[in-house]
Design a protein around this ligand. Structure first.
Ligand code: ASP
Ligand code: MG
Length: 447
């Protein structure tokens, strides 16, 4: 039985947190493979280093080293500290060299921002050793995690990673050693490529896929998936079980508990996933798997995504000109911008994007002006409401029920997406009404 266990930034954010996590690891049965994020705050610090460059490399290295050494000094002394310092200093020297690479290189930011994971995993592996368990700190390089894609938004090459890990990590496991592997990035053409912010969850799913694990556990600082955001909906409760499809939609459309890309690598191999709280290891968390259990209520969860905009492009008889439709979407894709939802009519296409992407999208669409775009309208500051439940498409009256509650909350529905997935129904409302809508839906169909 192989369990891949992922710990996020707060779970490895201090000596105390690392000790707590180490206990969780050693109390887990069977073979364990650990994937960890950087200590909390470290990746943000590294992003700052790249965005506001200074010449004082030594000061950066010192600040970075101190944060880690402060925690290490609380955990290690004597011989184990000397051994730790040896490996720590090798990594620190490499970090210093990395800082002096060419900042104009498209992969420079990936190289710098992926440094934190190399140090958190070293501390965790050494603490496991101190507790008398054989452990080794591996990096994406030494574990064989391979990446493809553009800077700052890589994806794993699952086949190459499976081949790499079966050579590099499986033998370690066979010897009863616990591998502690860096999350957040893989290797493309010999250099680090990160999987996007928060990407360590995805790394862990990739590792589970590559090792054909029996279970993936994502250890975080909340109890699991909730029926809604507990900061706003006081009656929100934890969800015990969900399907991969339900969890994927919720993670994508707003629930911050899991990186949305975590589901796919485990879903394809039917590896169950648990979201658990490292501050409450006695709690079972949320189990995500293939098995569909009929719930009593209409909805299982309601999530929201704020700070969105609807961008509506008008072009005569667009529906009869599929090449124009493709050109519009193609222009947006050129800037790697996510479209959350689309709705079309004879002469218009409306798309939901992040508010922050509006000016880029307009600039891109203006490149098409020769191809007769008549108008572009923008409706800023809207929110997407994502309602998740089982078999929403096959039950009669679901939309009637949902939109009755929205009407009672006094919100105008600006756009609807239904029918694409049988586990979710999404719609757009003005941002200042979104919490009233979620409250009404939660009270009526979940609480
Ligand atoms: N350390 C990275 C970040 O802060 C990856 C992660 O935490 O998942 O984005
Ligand atoms: Mg995270």
């Amino acid at each position: 039985m192989i369990t891949v266990m992922k710990f996020g930034g707060t779970s490895v954010g201090s000596a105390e947190a690392i000790q707590r996590v180490a206990n969780i690891i050693i109390n887990t049965e069977g073979d364990k493979v650990v994937v960890a994020s950087a200590m909390s705050g470290i990746t943000n610090f590294l992003v700052g280093v790249v965005d506001n460059p200074t010449k004082d490399v030594d000061a950066i290295v010192e600040q970075f080293a101190n944060k880690h050494l402060m925690a290490a000094e609380q955990m290690f002394d004597g011989e184990i500290m000397a051994e730790f310092r040896k490996e720590f200093d090798i990594r620190l020297e490499k970090f210093k060299e990395a800082l002096q690479e060419n900042p104009g290189d498209p992969y420079y930011k990936d190289l710098i921002t992926s440094q934190g994971e190399r140090f958190s995993t070293l501390m965790l592996a050494f603490y496991l050793k101190k507790m008398g368990h054989e452990a080794v700190a591996l990096t994406a390089e030494t574990a064989g995690i391979c990446a493809v894609g553009l800077p700052l938004s890589g994806s794993a090459d699952l086949i190459a990673t499976e081949n790499g890990m079966s050579m590099k990590v499986a033998p370690v496991l066979d010897k009863g050693i616990i591998p502690v592997i860096t999350g957040f990035y893989g290797i493309k053409d010999g250099v680090p490529l990160t999987f996007g912010r928060g990407g360590s969850d995805y790394s862990a799913a990739v590792v589970a896929n590559a090792l054909n694990a029996d279970m993936l556990e994502i250890w975080t600082d909340v109890d699991g998936f909730m029926t809604s955001d507990p900061r706003f909906i006081k009656s929100a409760i934890k969800i015990d079980e969900m399907t991969f499809g339900e969890a994927a939609e919720l993670a994508y459309f707003g629930a911050k508990v899991l990186h949305p890309r975590t589901i796919e690598p485990v879903r394809v191999k039917h590896i169950p996933l648990k979201v658990r709280n490292s501050f409450k290891p006695q709690e079972p968390g949320t189990l995500i798997h293939n098995i569909k259990k009929k719930g009593k209520s209409l909805l299982k969860s309601v999530a929201t995504k704020n700070d969105l905009a609807i961008i509506t492009v008008s072009s005569a008889e667009l529906a009869y000109r599929p090449e124009m439709m493709a050109a519009i979407i193609g222009k947006i894709a050129e800037s790697n911008i996510i479209i959350y939802s689309i709705s079309t009519s004879l002469s218009t296409i409306a798309m939901v994007i992040d508010n922050a992407d509006v000016s880029t999208v307009i600039k891109k669409l203006n490149e098409l002006s020769g191809k007769n775009i008549e108008r572009i309208d923008v409706n800023n500051n809207v929110s997407l409401v994502c309602c998740v439940g089982d078999d929403l498409l096959s039950k009669c009256g679901v939309s009637g029920d949902i939109f009755t509650a929205v009407k009672e909350a006094g919100a105008n529905v600006e756009m609807i997406s239904e029918g694409a997935s049988d586990v979710c129904l999404n719609f757009i409302v003005p941002m200042d009404k979104v919490m009233d809508v979620v409250g009404a839906l939660h009270d009526k169909y979940i609480g």
